[in-house]
Ligand binder design. Structure first.
Ligand code: ATP
Ligand code: MG
Ligand code: MG
Length: 370
């Protein structure tokens, strides 16, 4: 069987490895951490930094196709790999997703709205009238996730102080919008003619981290269809190959604003592991191999709940899973991480029920038993 490679061995790499192995491929993971969650399911683990030239050469020469599970450091690595093997998504698309300034300008260029924002590449850029962006959120252009690298600011003085505090690195100042809801749409695109969008998820965040995804999203189906077509439009504009997640804000007037994109399967798509014939990691395998996307229709309303290290006991003891594991309509998924820390994603569970509201009620009751 063909060998598939993945840059990064976290939980997304692990779920990719399971999908690829199940579909009959072999898997090589490149990750410096000996305890990388994906390593347990991979045929081969190259333990090296993501940008290590020798490791990248080895990966490129031994794999029929390579993908990535994160966007924070590896656009150049993807470009390097592309000289030797099939790579998706492209290094150019990864580069767009790893810089909020470039990302937002691409979203606008594709004809889609973002929150009003100011790109701040140097201290002069923040000397303008900031009123259109206040109250706002100052976000570092690079390396932020789970709400890290973000400061909420009310006044121009606060914004300038926060920028200085972040060490003068490139940032965006984004107007704080009044959100009715947040939703996401995940598109798998193989070519201009072949793409498929998963059902739209409604996402509830806690402390800047995804907490629950509810599917179908409790919005007008026409609005959900609009989010799906916006995600597809963006993938087309980028000539994207692979799985692309698009996060949206729903505003009070039911309009959609794109928040950000991720060039990979997304936490808000973990419901597909239980509630779709093809899950988002199988789609990633299909896209990188040039196979057609699989079916994306929803088999049942579903709710996903993230399990953060916070629910582990003081000293690292696991919660008691008994009630959750025994629930016939729940599916527990642990990532095999050795140490739990507050805010660290350790696993998730999905609950299926007749309606999204029923699934949410049951999911919350199950979480309370932990
Ligand atoms: P992720 O882990 O999804 O990559 P991130 O660190 O890149 O997160 P964002 O998605 O930019 O962060 O923001 C995190 C959350 O903060 C959003 O999901 C939303 O709840 C809130 N938020 C961000 N920007 C805005 C905004 N302009 N107006 C209102 N709320 C916002
Ligand atoms: Mg992000
Ligand atoms: Mg986000």
């Amino acid at each position: 069987p063909a060998m598939l490679g993945i840059l990064g061995g976290g939980q997304l790499g692990r779920m990719f490895a399971v999908a690829a192995k199940t579909m009959g491929y072999r898997v090589t993971v490149l990750d410096p951490d000996e305890n990388a969650p994906a390593a347990a399911f991979a045929d081969r683990h190259i333990r090296a930094p993501y940008n290590d030239p020798a490791a990248l050469r080895e990966l490129a020469q031994s794999c029929a196709a390579v993908t990535t599970e994160f966007e924070n450091v590896n656009a150049d690595a993807m470009r390097e790999l592309a000289k030797t093997t099939r790579v998706s998504p492209s290094g150019d698309c990864v580069a767009i997703a790893q810089d909020r300034i470039v990302e937002k300008s691409w979203i606008n260029k594709a004809g889609l709205p973002t929150a009003p924002y100011l790109a701040i590449e140097s201290v002069e850029d923040i000397q303008v009238d900031l009123a259109p962006y206040l109250p706002g959120i100052l976000k570092t252009a690079r390396l932020g996730y789970d709400g890290k690298g973000q400061v909420r600011v009310k006044t121009a003085a606060e914004a300038r102080a926060a920028y200085a505090n972040l060490g003068g690195q490139a940032c965006v100042l984004e107007k704080m919008l009044d959100l009715k809801l947040e939703v996401s749409a995940i598109v798998t695109r193989v070519s201009a003619a072949q793409s498929a969008v998963f059902p739209v998820a409604e996402n509830i965040h806690k402390d800047g981290i995804l907490d629950e995804s509810i599917v179908p999203a409790r919005i007008d189906p026409a609005l959900a269809a609009q989010a799906q077509s916006m995600a597809k439009k963006l993938a087309d504009a980028l000539d994207y190959v692979g799985v692309l997640a698009v996060e949206f804000f729903v505003l009070a007037d039911d309009s959609l604003v794109v928040n950000e994109i991720a060039p990979r399967p997304h936490n808000s798509g973990h419901y597909t592991l239980t509630a779709c014939l093809t899950d988002q990691f199988q789609q990633q395998v299909r896209a990188m191999c040039g196979l057609l996307p699989g079916r994306t229709d929803l088999l049942s309303p579903v709710v996903m709940v993230n399990l953060l290290g916070d629910v582990w006991k003081e000293g690292g003891g696991e919660p008691n899973w008994d009630v959750l594991v025994e629930a016939p309509n729940a599916q527990l998924h642990l990532y095999g991480k050795k140490t739990a820390r507050p805010g660290r994603k350790m696993g998730h569970f999905n609950v299926m029920a007749a309606t999204a509201d029923d699934a949410l009620e049951q999911a919350r009751a199950l979480k309370d038993t932990l």
